[in-house]
Unconditional design. Structure first.
Length: 356
């Protein structure tokens, strides 16, 4: 037993020594918990970030924070919170900017007051959709940078099938035409990223076929879309995307992998998104607490499964710092069992270096 423990410990140390602390001078190494923390996005309840979160940030054990409507009472209030988080990060051994993100899609899905006011559907139906998409991207980017955030979990690149279905119900899709979605998504991304905010294309490989009421936040969803249709319609808008992040769907796509939700599937993440579609940026899960994952154990198990599938960032968005800790603790304990762990950290580090 002692020999087994020694071997496991040696594997963990070998993994840790591959990656130096991002942004730090010299060869200082990350601890296992710091290395794991770089892959976790935390969340919290209410208007004030708890001391527990600030401690994690100061220790270099958190990759970023996601903000929801309940965290924001005004632009000035959330700007003050962001400054507080950045001040905590300045005390961390990890010198790269935190990933500070929100969902600012436009229309009904906005966490910050202000731009973009048009939904994606309204953009697609406007007199000049391309100009409207560019204006929306610029507006979203300036809005986020105005309060100190640097990542937007937008645009949605889902190609809706029927009016009123899951993704169309709140106007979250540009069009039922894949070419239109791809064009407007690229316009939004280019304009937003020109402001210094990283865009996130979602929800790969696509939720456009999900009928009304099929919400992965609530329950498992299976989309029986034939492979040719999935690739020519749902995945098409992602071809050559310049978005710095891609969010994986929690739906199951039997044409690709009948056994796992997309974000837990090495086939979807590594074979389809990375190898076939050529995406080289940072991947991120959807909400780790989603009902679609009810059969996949606790927070820690879900985080490890997503990391093993090849997803870089784990989105612990349950408004509970303990959830983020559970995810990071599980990753730290499983360093030697998760392939390419430091490659993911390197991708995240590259993203962070390019952000304000």
């Amino acid at each position: 037993m002692k020999r087994i423990v020694q071997v496991v410990a040696a594997i963990a140390v070998a993994v840790v020594t591959v990656g130096a602390v991002p942004g730090a001078a010299g060869a200082r190494e990350l601890t296992p918990r710091q290395l794991a923390g770089q892959r976790v996005i935390y969340s919290y309840a209410g208007l004030t970030p708890p001391e527990q979160l600030l401690q994690r940030i100061r220790a270099g054990e958190a990759g970023g924070v996601i903000f929801f409507g309940e965290n924001i009472s005004s632009s000035s209030q959330i700007a003050g919170v962001v400054k507080q988080l950045r001040d905590a990060a300045a005390q961390s051994p990890v010198r790269e900017p935190l990933l500070l993100m929100t969902d600012q899609e436009g229309g009904q899905v906005r966490r910050l007051p202000g731009e973009p006011t048009l939904s994606e559907k309204q953009v697609g139906q406007s007199a000049n959709p391309e100009a409207a998409a560019k204006a929306a991207g610029t507006g979203a980017g300036k809005n986020l940078t105005g309060v100190g955030m640097n990542v937007n979990l937008s645009p949605v690149l889902d190609v809706y099938r029927q009016a009123g279905n899951f993704i169309d119900e709140y106007g979250r899709s540009y069009s039922s035409d894949a070419t239109t979605v791809g064009t407007l998504g690229r316009d939004f991304v280019a304009a937003e990223q020109a402001t210094g905010v990283a865009s996130t294309a979602k929800h790969f490989p696509g939720l456009g076929a999900a009928p009304a009421g099929s919400n992965t936040d609530v329950a498992p969803v299976t989309l029986n879309v034939p492979l040719p249709e999935l690739r020519t319609k749902d995945e098409a808008p992602y071809a050559g995307t310049a978005a710095k992040l891609v969010m994986l769907s929690w739906a199951v796509y039997p044409a690709l992998d009948a056994s796992h939700p997309a974000g837990l599937s090495p086939t979807v993440v590594q074979e389809e998104l990375r190898r076939r579609d050529g995406f080289g940026g940072v991947t991120i899960t959807d909400a780790l607490e989603a009902g679609a994952l009810q059969d996949y154990g606790d927070t820690g198990n879900r985080a490890v499964l997503a990391a093993k599938a090849g997803v870089d960032l784990i989105l612990a968005s349950g408004r509970d710092v303990n959830q983020g800790d559970a995810a990071a603790d599980a990753l730290a304990k499983n360093l030697g069992a998760i392939p390419d762990f430091t490659a993911s950290v390197d991708r995240i580090s590259t993203l962070r270096k390019g952000l304000a």
